[in-house]
Design a protein around this ligand. Structure first.
Ligand code: FAD
Length: 388
C-alpha cells in the first residue's frame, strides 16, 4: 500500500492550492455575506480547465482520475464551499452524459461543457420527493418526435446557468416498480415553458444558486432522451450519485481542514490566563481529535475514489466516505467554533461560514441516515465487504 499521491496529483493539488489561496480565500467572506455570485472565480476555473475534469479527452476534457476529482473539491471547499457547488452537479452530470449519453449527445454537449462555455446541473428533487425519487411527479408524455414535460423541481443548484439541465422524469407512470418508467431528459435552457421561478433563501451554501424550476408544456425533442432508451433514468442517476457522493466527501474534507487550520492558528494566538489557549489540555484534546478524525476521513475518501477508478460499482465505499467525511466536517466546524469562543459566533471570522456550510454536507446527495441505509444494503446483499 502506498498512501502518497502520484506526481501528477501532487502538481494538480499544488496548482489548486495556489489558486484557492490567491483568488478565493481573500474574497470568500465578503462576497458570501454580500450574496455576490463569484463570476470572476468561475472565469478563472474555466481557464484552469476545471469544468472539463471528468470529460473524456476526445471531447476536450481532462479525463482525470477520481482522486484528482476529490482533490479539486477538497481544495476549493477549503476556500469557499459555495464555489465548489458550481463544479459539483456540473461535474456529475458531465460524467453521466459521457457514460450514458448517445454519441450524438456527447458530440453536441460535451465539448462546450468541458470548457465551461456551457454549464450544467441535475434536477432530481421535487417539492414532494427528495430521498424517495420514485415518488416524483414530473411527467414526460411522448407526442410525435417530442416529449411534453410538466412538473416542478426544487433545490436545483446551478439552475440559472444550466444548459442543458438533465431532468429526471416519468415517461411511464404505470410501471411497477416505478423506477422502470423513469428517464432523464436533457432540457436546453431556452426551451419555452422551462422557467427558473425562485432562488430559495438558505442558511449557507451561498455563492451558487439553489432554485425552484417549473416545466409547463415544455416540448423536448426525443433526441434529448439521455442514452436514447426510456426507463433507464433511475439507473443513470444512481450511478451519477456515486460520483456525487465522492464530491460531497471531498468538499467535507475541505471544510474540516479549514475549520481545523483556523482553530489551530487561533489557539496559538489567543491568550487566556497569561498563556496561549493552545497550552490548555482541553483545547489540545479538541485539536488532536479533529486532526485524527479528519485524516481518517481523508484516507477513507481517497480509498473510495480508487474504487471508482477501477470502474467498480462503489455504493459501499462512496457511501462510507460521504457519511463519515460529512459528519466529520460538521464536528470539526463545531469544535473549531468552541475553540474560537465568542469570536466563533461572529460573522467577522471564517468559522461562522464553515459551520453553516458544513451542515449541508450531511443532507445533500443523500442524508447521513440514507447513507447508512445504502451501506447496510450493500453489506446485507453481499455486494461489498469490510476489509481489504
Ligand atoms: C442547498 C441544497 C442544494 C441542493 N441541490 C440539489 C440539486 O442540485 N439537485 C437536486 O436534485 N437536489 C438538490 N438538493 C436536494 C437534496 O438532495 C435533498 O434535500 C436530499 O436528498 C434530501 O431529500 P428531502 O429534502 O426531500 O428530504 P426527505 O426525503 O423528505 O427526508 C426527510 C428526512 O426523512 C429521512 N428519510 C427519508 N426517507 C427515509 C428512509 N427510507 N429511511 C430513513 N429515513 C428516511 C431523511 O433522512 C431525512 O432525515 C439540494 C438540497 C439543498 C438543501
Amino acid at each position: 500500500m502506498d498512501f502518497r499521491l502520484t506526481d501528477d496529483q501532487e502538481q494538480f493539488r499544488s496548482m489548486l492550492r495556489t489558486f484557492v489561496d490567491k483568488e478565493i480565500v481573500p474574497v470568500a467572506r465578503e462576497w458570501e455575506q454580500a450574496g455576490r455570485y463569484p463570476t470572476e472565480i468561475v472565469e478563472q476555473m474555466k481557464q484552469l480547465g476545471l469544468f472539463g475534469l471528468m470529460i473524456p479527452e476526445e471531447y476536450g476534457g481532462a479525463a482525470a482520475d477520481f482522486t484528482s476529482f476529490t482533490l479539486m473539491f477538497e481544495e476549493i471547499a477549503r476556500g469557499w464551499m459555495g464555489v465548489a457547488g458550481i463544479l459539483g452537479s456540473h461535474s456529475l452530470s458531465c460524467w453521466m452524459i459521457a457514460r450514458h449519453g448517445t454519441d450524438e449527445q456527447k458530440r453536441r454537449y460535451l465539448p462546450d461543457l468541458a470548457t465551461g462555455k456551457r454549464r450544467t446541473g441535475i434536477a432530481l428533487t421535487e417539492p414532494d420527493a427528495g430521498t424517495d425519487l420514485q415518488g416524483i411527479r414530473t411527467t414526460a408524455v411522448r407526442d410525435g418526435d417530442e416529449y411534453v414535460v410538466n412538473g416542478a423541481k426544487m433545490w436545483i443548484t446551478n439552475a440559472r446557468y444550466a444548459d442543458p439541465l438533465p431532468v429526471l422524469v416519468k415517461t411511464d407512470r404505470t410501471t411497477t416498480p416505478a423506477h422502470k418508467g423513469m428517464s432523464v431528459l436533457l432540457i436546453d435552457a431556452n426551451t419555452p415553458g422551462f422557467r427558473v421561478t425562485k432562488d430559495i433563501p438558505k442558511l449557507g451554501y451561498k455563492g451558487t444558486e439553489s432554485c425552484e424550476v417549473v416545466f409547463e408544456d415544455v416540448r423536448v425533442p426525443v433526441g434529448n432522451l439521455l442514452g436514447g432508451s426510456e426507463g433507464r433514468g433511475m439507473q443513470q442517476v444512481l450511478s451519477a450519485l456515486e460520483v456525487g457522493r465522492l464530491n460531497i466527501a471531498g468538499r467535507s474534507l475541505g471544510i474540516a481542514q479549514r475549520a481545523y487550520d483556523e482553530a489551530l492558528a487561533y489557539s496559538r494566538e489567543r491568550q487566556a490566563f497569561g498563556k496561549p489557549i493552545a497550552d490548555f489540555q482541553a483545547i489540545q484534546i479538541r485539536l488532536a481529535e479533529t486532526a485524527t478524525q479528519l485524516q481518517a476521513a481523508r484516507l477513507m475518501t481517497y480509498w473510495s475514489a480508487t474504487a471508482l477508478d477501477r470502474g467498480e460499482r462503489s455504493d459501499l465505499q462512496t457511501g462510507m466516505a460521504k457519511l463519515f467525511s460529512s459528519e466529520i466536517a460538521l464536528q470539526a466546524a463545531q469544535e473549531s467554533m468552541r475553540i474560537h469562543g465568542g469570536y466563533g459566533y461572529s460573522a467577522e471570522f471564517e468559522i461562522e461560514r464553515l459551520y453553516r456550510d458544513s451542515i449541508l454536507m450531511t443532507i445533500g446527495e443523500g442524508t447521513s441516515d440514507i447513507m447508512r441505509t445504502v451501506i447496510a444494503k450493500s453489506l446485507v446483499a453481499g455486494k461489498g465487504k469490510v476489509g481489504w
